[in-house]
Design a binder for this molecule. Structure first.
Ligand code: CTP
Length: 416
């Protein structure tokens, strides 16, 4: 279950032209399971109809000093107290200034003042207003308080016809910040390296050998790890997916390129999760020119690729890093025997095994059904979204890291 499920989120909309893009954010928050109460300033309501927010959230939107909630016996104090999160998108220069001074002259500012919940700010304004030292000071003042975080603004075409900094962050990015604000930060300060997707082993300049991996499981791991505070590097084979917000993506094509990229990053990583479907064999040589049909069926000579994970397992026993190694076993049939075998052979801490023939657990679907196999045994997870599966795998990583840390502390304490 997602962290926004059933939570009350106040979506404060102040009067910038980006207000229309908040409608999409309202939709995404609702889709993530939140109960969304839109609170518009008077000027925002002149830019976007409150009815649009009502239709998207299923609750009457409040405007200016409010009213609808008051009729139901609720005021800004109730709203501020009951909200799990406040998102102010767009946050105009004017609203940022008011919030920084603790002003409370409409329902939006009053609710922020009357609440202790975290606040995600999405500044959006003309570049010169954004760059004005007063705006910067106001924002800095808010961000000095742990409750507040800001996302954006980005660079782009602005409504005033200019091009520059001031464009409101994408709604997907704001949703991610909302999820992060309510997620445990149990991976803060940790470096997590994830691999994802298939590799492509070229036969000639236009053809390659590959597999059906979509990359979704690895991308979900990277996204959720970043949400929980980790510094995440995602080494990705070719996929159709967008890099998750806050994640550094390194794009590769072949198993050899993936091996190089992983080796370059693994020494700094606390945990490595190899979710990529790395080719086990690659053509000995890729033809320099396109193979022609008239030359007849080509003889394919395949050679084994390097086993990246096994290599990390071997090196770790000497250097102690990465502290946690997680492998994946996509099997047809019961994945447990293969998972146990990989755990031992590659010296891993955890293997995530799945039977790709089971409904909802194969390629290109949004769900997965996995076994978590470690030295203590195996845990079968139910059919879950890939994001929820990722969260359960990362719970194990957090526990393994904590165990390593206490083991490392042990002898030192003994010496003292
Ligand atoms: N892996 C790797 N380098 C490779 C191949 C696989 O690091 N060259 C990693 C994968 O990312 C995955 C795990 O190893 O985490 C899968 O192990 P592997 O033995 O390759 O699985 P299969 O190819 O599915 O195994 P087998 O054919 O032995 O059942």
């Amino acid at each position: 279950m997602g962290v926004l499920e059933g939570k009350l989120v106040v979506l404060g909309v102040s009067g910038g032209i980006a207000a229309y893009r908040s409608c999409e954010l309202a939709r995404l928050l609702v889709k993530a399971g939140a109960r969304v109460q839109a609170v518009l300033t008077d000027y925002a309501a002149r830019l976007v109809g409150p009815l649009t927010f009502q239709a998207l959230t299923g609750r009457p939107a409040e405007v200016g000093a409010g009213g609808a909630l008051a009729q139901a016996g609720m005021d800004h104090i109730d709203l501020g107290r009951d909200a799990a999160l406040l998102v102010v998108a767009p946050a105009t220069a004017n609203t940022l200034a008011k919030l920084a001074c603790g002003l409370a002259d409409n329902l939006l500012t009053t609710t922020v003042l009357a609440s202790r919940a975290p606040v995600v700010l999405a500044p959006a304004m003309n570049t010169r207003m954004w760059e004005n030292p007063l705006t910067q000071q106001n924002l800095a003042r808010l961000l000095a308080l742990p409750r507040f975080r800001a996302v954006g603004p980005g660079v782009g075409a602005l409504a005033c016809g200019e091009e520059g900094v001031g464009r409101m962050a994408e709604p997907e990015e704001l949703l991610e910040a909302a999820l992060a604000a309510l997620s445990p930060q149990d991976l803060a300060g940790r470096r997590v390296l994830v691999s994802a997707g298939p590799t492509r082993e070229p036969l000639d300049p236009v053809r390659y050998l590959s597999n059906r991996s979509s990359g979704r499981m690895g991308y979900a791991l990277a996204r959720v790890a970043a949400r929980r505070g980790a510094e995440v590097v995602l080494v990705s084979g070719p996929t159709a997916l967008q890099a998750p917000p806050g994640v550094r993506r390194v794009e590769v094509q072949t198993a050899a390129e993936m091996a190089r990229a992983i080796r370059a990053e693994a020494g700094r990583a606390d945990a490595v999760l190899m979710a990529a479907a790395v080719a086990d064999f690659a053509p000995r040589r890729a033809a320099g020119e396109k193979l022609k049909k008239a030359s007849g069926p080509p003889a394919l000579e395949l050679v084994p690729t390097q086993d990246i994970l096994a290599g990390l397992g071997e090196r770790r026993t000497r250097a102690g890093r990465p502290r946690v190694l997680v492998g994946f076993a996509a099997e047809t049939g019961d994945p447990r025997p293969a998972a146990r075998d990989k755990l031992r052979r590659k010296r891993l801490d955890l293997v995530v095994g799945n039977d790709v023939n089971l409904p909802g657990a194969g390629f290109d679907v949004q769900t997965n059904r996995v076994h978590l196999v470690d030295e203590a045994g195996d845990e079968e997870l139910p059919l879950l979204s890939k994001a929820d599966t990722a969260a359960r795998i990362l719970d194990r990583v957090v526990a393994l890291l904590a165990r390593r840390a206490s083991r490392a502390r042990g002898p030192r304490r003994a010496r003292a």
